[in-house]
Design a protein around this ligand. Structure first.
Ligand code: NAD
Ligand code: MG
Length: 396
């Protein structure tokens, strides 16, 4: 038996929740994976600690003002690796010969440039940064095709669908697929009324019942915008029309998603709510490696519960479907408005229920236009953010 070549992995957003879980899986398999590039936004100390442990060839900090401090601290810690800074350096690292695999785990639109750079360079792209495919779906898929690499979803629902579809991502019409069913935990506020949600705090919104995640995605999970972004993500990844994508609330987060076929068969992927399963699957695919995840004890978890989503209370999910049906760059506008609104909510400057109001107002102001190229998309992202800030100012 020949030894498998070691995979050199760039972990973009290494100091985050997905980044940490990825490095945990990598560290379990030193003969198969090596973290060759690590990046972070501003967390110098955390990045240095990861470099001490994983000894990458390159460490990149997004904020250029922190490059000198990063270099000094790495030297003091006895780590000899190259240091760079700025968003362009992150994108360049993702496309460089230092890596063959890129884990796109930066949060928000800030991850788009490096995700695209990895795709264009033909890397094996492990996509956690759902905002980039929501914003630029067709452009990202074109870049993957042109680069000749692979796109493997890390988002647990899409990773589940990938596992339940023959060949991973076939055109659905030719695969006998009737529906993709995305499960949603329902978040920390499942079952609550609008009146009960009027005064919830960021701390309450970030306290997810099943998953430990970054703050932005935690708020998105609480509003169900996360599921809305995932519906759009599934549309692009699996070439599925909006009508063929359904959301099913499953509070235990054990069934990660399901594929229904025309003959009535329904295939599901199950596992404990631990992102290391999806990450390990994507890192090793088409093989399997141990992920450090406890075996699923279904008898101890029974009965499994399912219910339809409450679209009247959690309006963000309905708005995401609306943006998907509107087409063009409406999903990018939705994403930009949501990022601004979530930031304001986390800063204590916007009530929880008003996140949907901001998104709705911006979608109404900026009807979908055709997606031409990244430059126009970036411009549209900026315009939508400005519109969202204006809506915020008028609301407060
Ligand atoms: P996080 O906030 O924990 O980590 C974000 C990472 O991105 C950090 O390393 C941070 O330093 C970096 N970052 C933030 N802003 C940046 C910027 N402007 N430039 C460069 N780097 C920047 O977030 P997370 O929970 O790990 O989520 C990361 C992505 O993965 C998100 O798109 C999220 O939707 C997606 N995702 C997360 C989970 C999860 O379980 N956490 C599950 C599915 C998908
Ligand atoms: Mg998910």
């Amino acid at each position: 038996m020949t030894a498998l070549a070691i995979r050199n992995v760039a972990v973009l957003g290494a100091t985050g929740s997905i980044g940490g879980n990825t490095l945990d899986v990598i560290a379990r398999h030193p003969q198969r994976f090596r973290a060759s590039v690590l990046t972070a936004h501003r967390q110098v100390e955390a990045l240095v600690a990861l470099c001490v442990q994983h000894r990458p060839a390159l460490a990149v900090i997004a904020d250029p003002a922190l490059e000198a401090e990063l270099a000094r601290r790495l030297a003091a810690a006895g780590v000899r690796c190259d240091v760079a800074s700025g968003p362009a350096a992150i994108a360049a690292a993702a496309a460089s010969s230092l890596c063959d695999t890129v884990v796109a785990a930066i949060v928000g639109a800030a991850g788009l440039a490096s995700t695209l750079a990895a795709a264009r360079a033909g890397k094996r792209l492990l996509l956690a940064n759902k905002e980039s495919i929501v914003m630029a779906g067709p452009l990202l898929l074109e870049a993957v095709a042109a680069g000749g690499g692979a796109l493997i979803p890390v988002d647990s629902e899409h990773n589940a669908l990938f596992q339940c579809l023959p060949g991973g991502r076939p055109p659905l019409q030719r695969s006998g697929v009737r529906r993709l069913i995305l499960t949603a935990s329902g978040g920390p506020f499942r079952g609550q009324t609008r009146a009960q949600l009027a005064h919830v705090t960021p701390a309450q919104a970030c306290k997810h019942p099943n998953w430990v995640m970054g703050r932005k995605i935690s708020v998105d999970s609480a509003t169900l915008m996360n599921k809305g972004l995932e519906v759009i993500e599934a549309h692009h990844l699996f070439a599925a029309p909006a009508e063929a994508i359904e959301v099913l609330v499953h509070p235990q987060s054990l069934v990660h998603s399901l594929v229904e076929y025309v003959d009535g068969s329904v295939l599901a992927q199950l596992g404990n709510p631990d992102m290391r399963t999806a990450i390990a699957h994507a890192l090793a695919w088409p093989e399997r490696v141990e992920a450090g995840v406890a075996p699923l004890d279904l008898a101890a978890c029974a009965p499994l519960a399912f219910e339809p989503p409450d679209l009247a209370t959690f309006r963000c999910l309905a708005l995401a479907y609306q943006a998907l049906r509107a087409g063009g760059d409406a999903p990018a506008v939705l994403n930009a408005a949501n990022e601004v609104a979530v930031e304001a909510f986390l800063a204590g400057a916007l009530p929880f229920l008003s996140i949907a109001d901001v998104v709705e107002a911006v979608l109404a102001e900026l009807p979908g236009q055709a997606v031409v190229d990244i430059a126009t998309l970036d411009e549209r992202d900026r315009t939508a953010r400005e519109a969202a800030r204006r809506v915020l100012r008028n609301a407060c």
